[in-house]
Ligand binder design. Structure first.
Ligand code: DAO
Ligand code: DAO
Ligand code: DAO
Length: 205
């Protein structure tokens, strides 16, 4: 179907489904404070998960729980971020003056922080292998679309405007990125709430 969901603060819209089974489960906004002076709206995002994968996880481990108990269940939320579930975080760039150097630097801060949290200290190489995919010649003007997809086997695939620019196989990296959106200190709390409510209801229907 052609239905879309609009992120209300930016007006950017996201398709309700991607392909056959990737379902939109929440939309939100990534803001960043610059020099503590002002907040920039950097990108709108949509969070997608493969319904069949979610149902399989729930069937295997949480078969008898109703949606109302699933959505706040910490073990379930952790499992969602660690299981081999196909998920996509779609970004649509709001801030028109973004350059690749800022993207690399923001990535090192946000993702780097999570790599430390989940993986300990020894991950500079991993971070390097990922940020080296961000070539200076990429252009990401306002309204560009970037898809970050966790493929089977915890392969992270990045595409800009539908063109694949690289992939990295790392469960730790996938986990760290998902944590930015679904973890306990997410970029957008309402987006996380919507995601968890929707994921719990598709899991049991
Ligand atoms: O049932 O196949 C379907 C369509 C699902 C659309 C789900 C959209 C959920 C979006 C939540 C965003 C909240 C602002
Ligand atoms: O250019 O002065 C500036 C501020 C830039 C803020 C950059 C935030 C980048 C966030 C990551 C974007 C990922 C696509
Ligand atoms: O918002 O801090 C954040 C994390 C954003 C992850 C952005 C990944 C962007 C990857 C593609 C950039 C290519 C120029």
């Amino acid at each position: 179907s052609g239905s879309t969901v609009v992120e209300p603060k930016t007006g950017f819209s996201f398709p309700a489904t991607i392909g056959d089974s990737m379902r939109l489960l929440g939309v939100g906004l990534r803001r960043k404070s610059v020099l503590g002076l002002k907040n920039i709206d950097v990108y709108a995002f949509g969070m997608y998960a493969d319904c069949d994968d979610v149902k399989k996880l729930v069937g295997e481990k949480y078969g008898n729980l109703p949606a109302s108990e699933l959505r706040g269940n910490k073990a379930f939320i952790d499992d969602l971020m660690e299981a081999d579930i196909k998920m996509t975080i779609r970004l649509q760039i709001v801030y028109g003056k973004l350059n690749i150097r800022s993207v690399r630097s923001a990535f090192r801060d946000s993702v780097g922080n999570r790599l430390k949290k989940f993986g300990g200290l020894d991950n500079d190489e991993l971070l390097q292998s990922f940020t080296s995919l961000f070539k200076d010649e990429y252009k990401i003007p306002r309204s560009s679309t970037i898809d970050m997809t966790q493929e089977p086997g915890h392969v992270l695939n990045v595409a800009i405007e539908g063109n694949q620019v690289g992939s990295v196989k790392s469960k730790l990296l996938c986990r760290s990125i998902l944590d930015l959106y679904i973890g306990e200190e997410p970029f957008d709390k309402n987006a996380r709430e919507d995601f968890l409510n929707n994921v719990a209801s598709i899991a049991v229907d």
